[in-house]
Ligand binder design. Sequence first.
Ligand code: ZN
Ligand code: ZN
Length: 427
Amino acid sequence: MSQGRHRKFPFLTGLASGVAVSAVFIVLLAASATQESQEVSPVKARALDYYVPNTEDLKPDEMRVVACGTGMPTTRMSQAAACFLVELGNGDKFIFDIGSGSAERLSALQIPYDFLDKIFIGHLHGDHFGSLGELYIGGMLMGRHVPMRIWGPSGPVPELGTKYAVEKMREMFSWDIAGRLGMTDTRGFGLEVHEFDYKGVNQIVYEENGVTIRSWPAIHAIDGPVSFSLEWNGLKFVFSSDTYPNKWFIEYAQNADLAIHECFVAVPAIVNKMGFTPEAALMVGTQIHTAPEAFGKVMSTIKPRRAIAYHFFKDFDTTGDVYERIKKTYDGPLSLAEDFMVWNVTKDEIRERMAVVEEHTWSPPLASPAAPPDMADRVAEGEKLGWQLGYSDLIEGGKLDYRDVIEPIYQEASRILGREFAYPQKD
Ligand SMILES: [Zn+2]
Ligand SMILES: [Zn+2]
């Protein structure tokens, strides 16, 4: 286990205000009172209060949500951009937004990639789908043997819709895919796009296996963005993606167990730390996005079991201001999200913890067996492109003859595995 920076208590990050600090003391006092009743021993293990991925079964009636990106379009090490993973006790998993940097957070959870095949995109800003390509290519190489399925809104014109964006992404990876054909199991390169009307109001966009996902319009930048709800087994998760406070969220996010809504950096920090002019900061921080005070007002209206604010950089010198501004208009249960915050939700309890993750992960276990590479894929793609995939004489002619050191690797594999691996011969 590594990543000390993820071991901190979420509320201890960046609290500058007296109000916030006193809230923390109450939490800590409550925690110490509980600890006193436990046996304290110099040699016995104590219970972890962190979530260690893949060490806990998900109960049949339980939902687990992991923040895999909580930040902003301006990329940074400590926070990826928007991404929330929802895992259900029926075995289904859903990704809501796949913002820049979030695919590496997902990889840290070591979930077999066949199970990470359903992605819902709220809008097509890079900080909400910028990691789609990484999940697409990387997920295929790490064991996804099924197509990736993407749900997202139409646009006011086809060029501004999800289908267009995903098709162009596939085109962007033309060389990448061509270069892998005939070398690996490429079933994971399949893509299914389910584009739905961005104007649909509380419309069902997904209904399978007892899970219903609905969308309604969001108000952000230009037409196109949407927010989502997911309902399953009497539990309700809602996710705003990005939006100015709007009437549809107030109506359709009612009765949410977890309500995740964007909450932008406070205007003074946009000016002081992002270098925006006051005019631009006021526009972006209050009109395009949801200001903290406005976030609080939304949550005071819908009264979720727990409100979750994301889409701000959570630092020691900015979080206190965001918290105080939210508290002006909301005093219910609140989480200020950061990456790897985890919520276990049942009808009885919402448990919030941080995940402690391994950074040095490789591929997770395969959920389905890999198929051997098929050269026919390569031939077929070559016919389509009018150029047989491989090396031209010029490029082939540049190869150095290193057979003396490479052939022994084949011999080593043959010896260890007890079957013959022939050194490739020239055509
Ligand atoms: Zn946006
Ligand atoms: Zn955003």
